[in-house]
Design a protein around this ligand. Structure first.
Ligand SMILES: *Cc1c(COP(=O)(O)O)cnc(C)c1O
Ligand SMILES: [Zn+2]
Length: 419
């Protein structure tokens, strides 16, 4: 049983039935799922949610599926970690990491949106699923399609990390790389969706797919003990997750599950920061850019929902910054070294931007701040492999190790010096 009533155009308000459509016929605005909040409010309590399995479907009344959800029984409900060592180092006492590096089964936030989209694709009766992807979506769609027994076509720009190509092909998906950037891939996929009638999770299933991103926000609020953070920093690529986290916080507030205020901040890689440029200029006009950054999973130069990112950030009183590739790598290393979490460049971007916001005084030392870590560094080894220290090679003899230990910068002398 579902609490969804219909789709509605975000711009002109025209309503549509629950079908695989994503743009308004009248004004080309994006369509969004509408829920019957009055009915949900009567039955959804903290206790009900807490009694359920620890996956993203514990918030099922606020997700757009009809029957028993079939996909993602282990997706979502990732750790929210109080990062004390990192916090001490950067002067933020209530710094939390929302850690989607360990999302099941493909180690990024995309397992949330895809769990919902593939469940919906099956409800609609599709037999082929597809997506335009910067990499993480590809692996998530390929894995969930395999589990669902659906045919799968993946489209990615040339030059994405091998972990994302291998990590999609392994599931039996047909992977196609396009000579162009993500925006070229997306344009082609819209044409293929029209012609072939496949379910493109982030195109014709977009209204359902994007709702899955709310679960990131629901979990943060629940895991903080049914509170909203003072600040949450979220990366932006196409602009799905950020406005949906804000929507999640608002829905929980409206349903009386949490109270209080939050500021939501946007993080982009400086080499692909059209939303940050518009934010800093104080305009709604997002000028597309050609991405050039190691943060390939968030390298989208013409974000579909950039406007709604700006809106959510401004409504909350939040802000945003870009991070250079060097800052991204530094932040990846800092997080790994202090908390034992290996993020991909999108995570490095988010942490780097959090530190900038703190230095600028926008986040105070004792305020609660959640850093959204959306993807796993093991899939993007290329981003840091050439930069970090190389291993030292020796023969399998104790004398060789003894000699080495004498001269290692963190070896015998360092240990003796510390004693
Ligand atoms: C897709 C993705 C994002 C955010 O993308 P949106 O399109 O803005 O939702 C962030 N981090 C990672 C690792 C991603 O793969
Ligand atoms: Zn419209």
């Amino acid at each position: 049983m579902s609490y969804v009533t219909n789709l509605k155009c975000r711009e002109c308000g025209q309503e549509y039935p629950i079908t695989p459509v994503h743009v308004c016929e009248t004004c080309f605005g994006p369509l969004e799922v509408v829920y019957d909040y009055a009915r949900i409010g009567k039955l959804l309590t903290r206790a009900t949610i807490e009694s359920r399995a620890k996956n993203l479907w514990r918030y099922r009344e606020l997700l757009p599926v009809e029957g028993e959800p079939e996909m993602g029984p282990f997706s979502g409900f990732t750790p929210l970690l109080h990062a004390r060592r990192l916090g001490a180092e950067v002067g933020l006492s209530k710094l939390y990491i929302k850690d989607d590096t360990v999302n099941h089964p493909t180690l990024s936030y995309k397992d949330r949106v895809v769990s919902v989209a593939i469940t919906k694709a099956r409800e609609f009766g599709f037999t082929t699923v597809s997506c335009a992807s910067t990499g993480n979506l590809a692996t998530a769609v390929a894995a969930h399609a395999a589990r669902a027994g659906l045919r799968c076509y993946i489209f990615m720009p040339e030059g994405v990390e091998s972990g994302k190509i291998v990590g999609s092909t392994i599931y039996g998906a047909q992977v196609i790389t396009i000579r162009g950037n993500y925006d070229d891939v997306n344009r082609l996929c819209s044409e293929i969706a029209d012609k072939y009638g496949w379910a493109f999770v982030n195109i014709n299933l977009r209204p359902y797919y994007t709702e899955g991103a709310k679960t990131f926000g629901f979990e943060v609020a629940e895991q903080l003990g049914w509170r909203l953070p003072d600040h949450i920093v979220v990366p932006t690529a196409g602009g799905t997750i950020l406005p949906k986290v804000a929507k999640a916080f608002k829905e929980f507030t409206q349903l009386g599950l949490v109270e209080g205020k939050f500021k939501i901040h946007c993080a982009q890689a400086a080499g692909s920061a059209p939303v940050i440029a518009a934010l800093h200029k104080g305009t709604d006009l997002i000028v597309p850019v050609k991405p050039d950054t190691i943060a390939k999973s968030i390298a989208i130069g013409n974000p579909a929902d950039g406007f709604y990112v700006l809106k959510a950030v401004r409504e909350s009183g939040g802000w945003g910054e870009g991070a250079s590739d060097a800052e991204i790598v530094d932040a990846i290393r800092l997080l790994a070294r202090t908390e034992g979490i290996f993020a991909e460049p999108a995570g490095g971007t988010t942490l780097a931007v959090t530190l900038k916001l703190a230095s600028a005084g926008r986040i105070k030392p004792d305020e609660t701040v959640v850093v959204s870590i959306t993807g796993n560094g093991y899939k993007t080894l290329e981003a840091v492999a050439g930069i970090i220290e190389q291993p030292v090679s020796i023969g399998a003899r104790l004398a060789e190790f003894d000699a080495l230990y004498e001269r290692l910068p963190n070896g015998k002398r360092a240990v003796a010096g510390a004693a």
